[in-house]
Design a protein around this ligand. Structure first.
Ligand code: MN
Ligand code: MN
Length: 328
């Protein structure tokens, strides 16, 4: 998933959910690395397996369900619902309950997949070319991601990396999507506050030793502008605030969102696997959304004629470079 620029109105939004009881264990850097690489390896596998399923005529919900199964079968949980974003949709589309959306014959499909093992997160994406017409667009975001990876290290200026990302995409003849950024990743937190822009930004913000980042350039055939689709919200997260909840369905959803989904982003389809019916999910989610119990991720899109590609890897920052966890 990508972070939307300016979407952190308050620091509390990036805290671990207070209902999530974390063991107060010290986890050594070596052990953290082990979990991060395990998560990365699985996320890369899911990304590549799902890419084979993204073919014209395939049902998007079926693809998402297959991805969920690969992750749960491996003993991990998704760090967020897999995003399957088609053509002008940049990000945050995932299969809805009873979703009938079909992969079209032409265009590009972004597969953005997250895995959590013990709260240690991998976040990775690639773009599939449905009819072979968008090789250059896809190479542009891929190359920009690689340039950023090569530049990243302890002390690297995040704004300068943004400049390199933008230059790489523009040199290829496309526009970076300026409002979507890479992001710092922390335990149980996909978007942990610091971000890696896709344009040059004048900032002193630097990557620090042993931080984890997901870097994800998006390239567009259009102006690079995107907007939230106000009618489409597919992904939610339990807001890290204490709430008075009335209905038992809302209470149950809240508990599942915190305990089972680790306070991380989730899709309503997952609630079906936890003993809730479709009407119960509707009622419970309505109450939670009305009283501020849910953070909502709108589907993000460019203009209707835009084609948008994305590539993303997760990496651990070292003194002299990075260890990418999500290579296949
Ligand atoms: Mn991301
Ligand atoms: Mn992602």
């Amino acid at each position: 998933m990508a972070e939307i620029y300016g979407n952190h109105p308050a620091r509390y939004q990036v805290q671990v959910h207070p209902g999530l009881k974390l063991a107060e264990e010290e986890i050594s850097f070596e052990e953290q690395k082990k979990y991060l690489h395990e998560a990365g390896k699985l996320a890369a596998k899911v990304r590549e397996e799902v890419a084979k399923l993204v073919v014209p005529g395939a049902n998007v919900l079926d693809i998402c369900t297959a991805a969920d199964k690969l992750i749960y079968d491996a003993g991990a949980i998704p760090a967020f619902p897999i995003n399957i974003s088609i053509n002008d949709v940049a990000a945050h589309y995932t299969g809805q309950i009873q979703d009938s959306l079909i992969v079209p014959d032409k265009g590009v499909v972004k597969i953005d997949c997250g895995v959590s093992i013990n709260g240690f997160i991998a976040d990775t994406a690639k773009t599939v070319d449905l009819d072979g017409s968008y090789k250059d667009l896809i190479n542009a975001s891929k190359e920009a991601c690689e340039v950023a990876i090569k530049t990243m290290r302890a002390g690297a200026n995040l704004g300068k990396i943004g400049g390199l990302v933008a230059k790489t995409i523009r040199d290829a003849g496309f526009e970076p999507v300026r409002d979507l950024r890479g992001h710092l990743v922390e335990r149980y937190i996909v978007h942990a506050g610091k971000s890696v822009p896709s344009i040059e930004v004048d900032t002193n913000e630097q990557a620090e030793l042993h931080e984890v980042y997901a870097i994800e350039p998006f390239a567009s055939t259009g102006t690079g502008e995107i907007h939230a689709d106000l009618n489409k919200i597919n992904i939610f997260r339990a807001a890290p605030v204490r709430l008075a909840i009335r209905s038992k369905h809302a209470k149950k959803i809240r508990n599942i969102a915190v305990r089972e989904f680790g306070g991380m982003p989730f899709a309503e389809r997952w609630l079906l696997n936890h003993g809730l019916t479709i009407p119960e999910i509707k009622i419970g989610m309505m109450e939670l959304r009305r009283n501020g119990g849910m953070i909502e991720y709108h589907v993000l899109r460019g203009s209707s004629e835009d084609m948008i590609s994305q590539h993303e890897h997760t990496m651990i920052v070292l003194e002299d470079g990075v260890e990418v966890t999500t290579r296949s």
